[in-house]
Design a protein around this ligand. Structure first.
Ligand code: SF4
Ligand code: SF4
Length: 518
């Protein structure tokens, strides 16, 4: 069974990585199957989104499959499917190879409670409209960490190795490196080297989660994962996979506990905790005297589940309720942050925050790398949600990929025609920096690139005087707010290298309740 489980973990991890790589423009306007498929089967995302936004979405039905299977089999998702679980297993494997110092080395049963309190905090927060599940949900966390943290680093590393090989000018190696780079670009690698704000922080946090496996095998899954806690509660009965220890045969060697992936303590007999069991089958596989069997039964075979003590749950829920107004406090509540430009299709800001799970799929798929994670622009509630940073990348007129991948409907799916009609902001000239305004020289780069039908940038002939005192006609640009869609290409392409002469803000965005120009 152990090998079967390992096979399943590898297959699901590879599938996850294939979908992850596929969540990128590959020459087709429609993405086949983005990595959000894993989020569709995630009950924590479904439940927290439902509670926070009071909206039922058809995709939530997929998560019911996971729920039904969990009722029958327990936390099989953690043990057999979850990609973060598999990565944790792989790192834990390194640790488990060393000789244990103590029979219960790496088991901290007292820490098991933490994940249930995290779950209680998240669900209570969601009840009050704060959808914090995405911060710690393992699928959302893994996609975000890989997309924003690790993927740029892998891209950069592969490119520099191939660039180095190309520059060696060694016959065979140099052209080979060039061919390989062309092949990898657009298949496994991104078209352009992605760059993300907060990349180091997000990669670091994920590395810490993986590093925790050296303290205890699958530390995250055992003690911190809120999805694991939810599945543990749903699968407490797990009628079809209960662990039973034959007292007569058991020789008290602790081998089962040492190899248990979930700190479910099969030993001593009767102490097995169904909510902690990841159905990994390690205990029954390693028992030297075949004292452990995993079989269907309606009878209770263990009594080791943590007592969650109602007063602590109530305290956690109260803390979550109090945190909601606190995370919402911030100057952005009085006035929208000037940099906060949401992608086209983003729903009304309040609802957007209730739905977005910070998975980073939209940022991964953004063609120009313009979608970046927020830091303080939307407050703590909106941390790591997407915003357009036009200086880094613009919103490509003929692209609606971000609206195709969003798993929660925070960015609604739009056809290309619908998307092209959405205004995400408005460009405004900085007349102290714009070349024709500030320097008295003609420049039309922004107008050239403006994709809005009829061009949102217009020129007006104005009489000016050059440094010799001779009059001449200069073309000065103005933005037509009725045509500008806020795509940001003008800001992106402005030849002033640092602070551009034209800047886009969210003023006039279509989704706002107020609008300057309809
Ligand atoms: S808006 Fe982006 S980060 Fe938020 S849920 Fe949708 S795809 Fe994920
Ligand atoms: S943001 Fe700039 S390029 Fe885009 S529509 Fe407005 S003026 Fe044109």
């Amino acid at each position: 069974m152990k090998n079967l489980r390992r096979g399943s973990q590898i297959i699901f991890l590879v599938f996850f990585l294939i979908l992850f790589v596929q969540t990128e423009y590959k020459g087709e306007d429609e993405l086949g199957m983005p990595v959000r498929l894993f989020l569709d089967f995630d009950p924590l995302i479904a439940l927290s989104s439902l509670l926070a936004s009071h909206a039922v979405r058809a995709v939530f039905l997929f998560s019911l499959v996971t729920v039904v299977l969990t009722v029958i089999l327990g936390r099989f998702f953690c043990g057999w499917v979850c990609p973060l679980g598999t990565l944790n297993t792989a790192v834990s494997f390194l640790r488990m190879r060393r000789k244990p110092k103590h029979p219960d080395d790496g088991n901290f049963p007292r820490l098991r409670k933490i994940k249930y309190f995290i779950l209680a905090f998240i669900l209570t927060g969601a009840l009050f409209g704060w959808n914090a599940a995405g911060f710690l949900d393992p699928i959302s966390l893994t996609i975000r960490s890989l997309a924003i943290g690790y993927n740029p680093a892998v891209n950069g590393l592969v490119r520099s190795i191939l660039d180095f090989a190309y520059m060696t000018n060694i016959p065979g190696i140099s052209p080979g490196a060039d061919t390989l780079l062309s092949f990898l670009t657009g298949t496994l690698l991104a078209f352009e080297q992605p760059v993300f704000r907060q990349m180091i922080t997000i990669a670091f946090l994920f590395s810490v989660i993986l590093g925790l496996n050296f303290l205890a095998p699958r530390f995250w899954c055992r003690y911190l994962c809120p999805l694991g806690a939810l599945l543990g509660v749903i699968g407490t009965k797990q009628m079809f996979a209960r662990v039973d220890v034959d007292k007569g045969k058991c020789v008290s060697c602790h081998t089962c506990n040492r190899t248990c992936q979930g700190d479910a303590t099969p030993f001593p007999p009767g102490s097995w905790a169904s909510r902690e069991c990841l159905v990994c089958f390690n205990c029954s596989d390693v028992c030297p005297v075949d004292a452990i069997s995993i079989h269907p039964t309606l009878q209770s075979t263990g009594d080791g589940n943590v007592d969650l003590q109602r007063r602590w749950l109530i305290t956690t829920a109260a803390a979550a309720a109090f945190s909601v107004p606190i995370v919402r406090l911030g100057e952005h509540n009085k006035r929208p942050h000037p940099d906060l430009i949401r992608p086209p299709g983003a729903i009304n800001e309040k609802k957007f925050l209730q739905r977005c799970v910070k998975c980073g799929e939209c940022m991964k798929v953004c063609l120009t790398n313009g979608l970046q994670p927020t830091l303080a622009q939307a407050g703590l509630e909106g941390l790591w949600t997407p915003m357009l940073v036009p200086r880094l990348g613009y919103c490509e007129y003929n692209c609606n990929l971000c609206s195709q991948v969003c798993p929660t409907g925070a960015i609604e799916k739009l056809t290309l025609e619908e998307k092209q009609a959405v205004r995400i902001g408005l460009a405004l000239f900085d007349k102290n920096r714009c070349i024709p305004w500030a320097m008295g020289r003609n420049c039309g780069v922004c107008e050239e690139h403006c994709p809005a039908p009829g061009k949102a940038i217009k020129f007006f002939d104005v009489e000016a005087v050059n440094k010799n005192g001779d009059p001449f006609i200069i073309k000065r640009p103005e933005v037509d707010p009725g045509l500008c869609i806020g795509c940001g290409i003008c800001e992106n392409k402005c030849p002033i290298i640092d602070i551009p002469g034209i800047r886009v803000t969210s003023v006039n965005e279509s989704r706002a309740e107020y609008m300057l120009y309809m």
